[in-house]
Design a protein around this ligand. Structure first.
Ligand code: HEM
Length: 503
């Protein structure tokens, strides 16, 4: 053993002894007030039993009920499993639970939590979120950018049609469509065909890996004093991905700066980056260059993987449920007509499809525990103490399938949402796939429109079947995202009355 390894070993041993003393001291002082939870082993707590399978985290609710705690290394983690206690967290004590618990990987990928998703609840976060929501998510702005979404969706429909009856890998198709929409909304004024493809491919290759790395159990997150050793190499792995992402975003920002300094403003092409530069010109302190990069990457990351995964689950459920597929297509035939293409103005009339979308996100909440919150001060939930700095998960897979609130909860039954008041605003505490409270999804208005529009276009333009006509494997891969373990490939069969409807 070399001298360096020996010193690391000695240091780790000393720190482990110190943390053991603290662990037991802490346990004996405050465990009576803390929520119940499974026993772990000394020092590691419950960490060895969770591993990388977040599904285990969800399932412990059947044993411990409304709320439970887990000691994961040095970190206290609380999982909330009932609507009544969700309300306490996201409504009654919203402000206390409005920080994020930021894994080392996310810290690296966001230039030190300078973005919207991972930032603490502070004035910079409020300013960024406000600008994003006001400038990109307002009704007016979304109306103005409809043609951009339409072009991308039509391009994808055309591509499917031209490829004939070859199986389509749905997540690839959805990712490509979504990334083109998002990058055009953000910096479309800069993009030309080839650049767009290069950027799209790079993002497709790297983004899901970066997002998955956020959910990987990392010793550094549970023992911050060991973070400097990066024992599993997760920090270094994230830094490697970031070299590529940072390069893309720097190129974009620099090209924009040049364009902006020349005063080139193309009519009708006022995208989000241009708006940010205009705001920056008025108030230099509003947003720093680092925040700008973090914000752009944040939106690309937050929008693409979530949307792609939702579309894949919706298509898989419909292919597995021919009755629901037939109902959704019948509604499209009636509202849109087989001699016409779907437009966004049809969406409010597509009640059954809306129910399909809601039921998909009930069964498969793509961000299963919401983004982990962290308490800014000690608080009481369900009569239990939640100390300052606790990592808090909201257990959607459990709550959204709890038989006390949902009949036949494991079944895909869109009808359960017809004629109900459920929406995505997070006001029903047993249905909140986009979160709730001040940290709820900031991209909801776009997500709702874009996903409904894309799904409607896929289902109206084609019949879909599984390649071998067998039931699809619906197993889930749990992490920070809830993905489909086996990617969906499906065969499209055109159903519209003329080939001109596919151009
Ligand atoms: C099906 C699609 C989507 C789902 C299911 C989804 C879900 C979520 C969830 C559960 C959160 C955390 C909420 C919480 O902690 O309470 C979140 C946060 C966020 N989402 Fe989405 N999202 C989707 C699409 C999008 C899109 C399209 C965008 C941007 C265009 C976006 C931008 C964001 C941002 C910026 C945040 C962080 C908000 C904050 O911390 O203040 N999301 N999303």
């Amino acid at each position: 053993m070399d001298q360096f390894s020996q010193s690391v070993l000695t240091l780790v041993s000393i720190l482990v002894v110190i943390s053991t003393i603290f662990y037991f001291k802490f346990q004996s002082k405050s465990s009576s007030k803390l929520p119940p939870g499974p026993w772990g082993v000394p020092i590691l707590g419950y960490l060895p039993f969770i591993g990388s399978d977040m599904n285990k985290l969800s399932q412990l609710a059947s044993k411990y009920g409304q709320i439970y705690k887990l000691q994961l290394g040095n970190k206290l983690c609380v999982v909330v499993n009932s609507p009544a206690l969700v309300k306490e967290v996201v409504r009654d004590h919203d402000i206390v639970f409005a920080n994020r618990s930021v894994p080392v990987a996310a810290f690296v990928a966001t230039y030190g939590a300078k973005d919207i998703v991972w930032s603490a609840n502070n004035p910079e976060w409020r300013a960024l979120r406000k600008v994003f929501v006001r400038e990109m998510m307002s009704n007016r702005s979304l109306e103005q950018t409809y043609s951009l979404r339409k072009n991308e969706v039509r391009k994808s429909i055309r591509q499917i049609y031209e490829n004939g009856k070859t199986a389509v890998e749905i997540s690839m198709l959805a990712f490509q469509t979504e990334i083109n929409v998002i990058t055009k909304l953000l910096w479309g004024g800069l993009l030309r065909g080839a650049d767009e493809e290069v950027i799209g491919n790079k993002f497709r290759e790297i983004l899901p890996k970066v997002i998955d790395v956020f959910g990987k159990p990392n010793i550094s997150d549970y023992y911050p004093f060991l973070a400097r050793f990066d024992i599993q190499g997760i920090k270094r792995e994230t830094e490697r991905y970031m070299v590529h992402l940072d390069k893309i975003v720097i190129e974009v920002v620099e090209s924009y700066k040049k364009k902006f300094s020349r005063g080139v403003v193309e009519e009708g092409k006022r995208d989000f980056l241009q708006i940010l530069f205009e705001l920056k010109a008025d108030d230099e302190d509003l947003i720093t260059d680092t925040q700008l990069k973090a914000l752009l990457l944040d939106i690309v990351a937050a929008a693409t993987d979530t949307s792609t995964t939702s579309i894949e689950w919706a298509m898989a459920e419909l292919i597995n449920s021919p009755t629901a597929m037939a109902k959704a297509q019948k509604e499209l035939s009636e509202v849109v007509g087989l001699d016409n293409i779907v437009e966004e103005h049809h969406l409010p009339k597509l009640k059954y499809l809306d129910a399909v979308f809601k039921e998909t996100l009930r069964l498969h909440p793509v961000v299963p525990f919401l983004m982990p919150r962290s308490t800014s001060e000690s608080s009481i939930v369900g009569g239990y103490t939640i100390p300052k700095g606790t990592m808090v998960f909201i257990n959607l897979p459990y709550i959204q399938k709890d038989p006390r609130f949902w009949n036949s909860p494991q079944e895909f039954k869109p009808e359960r949402f017809l004629g109900t008041e459920f929406d995505f605003t997070g006001n029903s505490f047993h249905y909140l796939p986009f979160g709730s409270g001040r940290r709820m999804c900031a991209g909801l208005p776009l997500a709702e429109r874009m996903l409904m529009y894309f799904l409607a276009s896929l289902l109206h333009s084609f019949d879909w079947k599984s390649p071998n006509d067998q039931k699809l494997d619906m197993s889930e891969a749990f992490g920070i995202m809830l993905r489909k373990s086996v990617p969906l490939a499906a065969i499209p069969i055109p159903r519209l009355s003329g080939s001109n409807l596919y151009t």
